[in-house]
Design a protein around this ligand. Structure first.
Ligand SMILES: Nc1ncnc2c1ncn2[C@@H]1O[C@H](COP(=O)(O)OP(=O)(O)OP(=O)(O)O)[C@@H](O)[C@H]1O
Ligand SMILES: [Mg+2]
Length: 411
């Protein structure tokens, strides 16, 4: 048989003859049967799982933390713990083992308002090259009630994965404001608790890992919409919340324990971070059901920011608040500067408001508002720069420097 005849009659990969296979695809130089094509597809699929995008760079938690450091001030423990959690997740999904089943460790992130919880999640999402959905628990209700049901979280993740279910099933979901689905007091057990316990029950299944049915098209299910199934076993869930008031629960518990023994007196001004001592019992007392809390293997807390850290938030971080305002004024042609003691004053006031970095923005907005309003007029009159001093923060007008020539020309 000549080479050409042979090619028309048998697979060059497995050697089976044309009669032994369903289809033989014949090219210029070689032939392949349908069985070998299918085998090749399987090999390629396996490869795809092993070489998930950017897996090499993401396996190093030190690099993730370095990236977070350029945006998030302080919170070292939280940054380390989150970096490790995310890189372990990558290890797990990129190296499935036949012998050992690698269980995921979902993360609960607690801490006071305005300390960087949501920000860290967003920055990690930017850094990672994998589907990362950030959702809010506030609007989630039990299925059948007005609002989004828990499946909407998965719809979001699938959208982040451009509709690729396989990719989505290895992604990360951050559910913010998780404390908002706590049971609302004792009455919750009598009346139907639309946004509390019922939602926790619904989330349980998804977070632990199960096959969930998600409508593929619109947000709400409607008759005829296509349903797709997604396995949530490999999805990493990170839930964050401020749990306002839980620090008091911890404090009471600790004080009750120490009465009569080594009772220590702590004053209001003592900065004790009760969030780091939060136990499962405290979370249950707060209104999370024990089964829900049990699905989180790792509890991470963020700390209150000190005045010095608030100053750093203002001026040191990439994309800091000061840089943002300077850019906005520059667009009007105004050079905006802040004296160092003005930054300290803003930070001290924010600290007093107990809203951490959130307060910074409120204070600056209030101070800059009149100048933002008049900017166009002022520039026409020759305004070159605005200097914000400590006094400006407390109500005295800012120091404004005008271009004399322009001013004279105008008159
Ligand atoms: N540690 C930090 N480093 C730098 N900026 C921060 C930090 N914490 C907060 N910020 C700034 O404050 C803003 C609000 O922070 P973020 O949304 O992360 O707070 P949060 O901890 O999620 O609070 P909440 O519990 O109220 O949702 C951020 O957009 C950011 O500008
Ligand atoms: Mg937040």
């Amino acid at each position: 048989m000549t080479k050409l005849d042979q090619r028309n009659h048998q697979c060059d990969f497995c050697g089976k003859s044309k009669e032994e296979v369903e289809k033989l695809i014949v090219g210029d130089e070689a032939a392949i049967c349908n069985d070998c094509v299918e085998l090749c597809i399987d090999i390629l699929k396996d490869e795809k799982v092993k070489t998930f995008p950017n897996s090499h760079k993401l396996l190093n938690p030190v690099k993730i933390k370095e990236y977070l450091d350029s945006y998030v001030i302080g919170q070292d423990n939280a940054k380390i713990a989150l970096s490790v959690a995310v890189s372990q997740h990558f290890k797990r999904i990129n190296n499935p083992s036949k012998d050992i089943e690698l269980e995921k460790t979902n993360v609960l992130l607690l801490g006071p308002t305005g300390c960087g919880k949501t920000m860290m999640a967003r920055k990690i999402a930017d850094y990672l090259d994998l589907p990362f959905a950030i959702c809010d628990a506030t609007g989630i209700t039990e299925a059948g009630y007005v609002g989004d049901d828990v499946e909407s979280i998965l719809t979001r993740l699938i959208n982040e994965a451009d509709g690729d279910l396989e990719k989505a099933s290895r992604g990360i979901v951050y559910i913010d404001e998780i404390d908002k689905i706590a049971r609302k007091g004792e009455s919750a057990s009598i009346t139907r608790d639309v946004s509390g316990e019922g939602v926790q029950q619904a989330l349980l299944k998804m977070i632990e890992g199960s096959i969930m049915r998600v409508p593929s098209s619109s947000k709400r299910k409607h008759p005829g919409s296509e349903i797709q199934e997604i396995d949530t076993r490999s999805i990493l869930f990170i839930c964050g919340g401020a749990f306002v008031g839980i620090d008091k629960l911890v404090q009471h518990r600790k004080e009750a324990k120490s009465i009569g023994f080594h009772a220590s007196i702590t004053s209001e001004s003592d900065q004790v971070n009760y969030y780091k001592d939060v136990t499962t019992k405290d979370l249950t007392k707060f209104g999370l059901i024990p089964e829900f809390v049990g699905r989180f293997g790792l509890h991470i807390n963020v700390d209150e920011l000190t005045v010095e850290q608030l100053v750093e938030v203002l001026k040191v971080t990439k994309n800091s608040l000061i840089q943002q305002y300077q850019y906005l004024f520059e667009l009007d042609g105004i050079d905006l500067t802040f004296d160092n003691d003005s930054l300290l004053e803003i930070s001290k006031q924010a600290k007093e408001m107990k809203t951490n970095a959130r307060g910074l923005k409120n204070i600056i907005e209030k101070v800059l508002l009149p100048y933002q309003f008049d900017a166009v007029d002022l520039v026409e009159r020759g305004l070159k720069s605005i200097r914000i001093s400590k006094d400006t923060i407390n109500g005295t007008p800012a120091i404004m420097i005008f271009d004399k020539k322009k001013n004279e020309q105008k008159q």
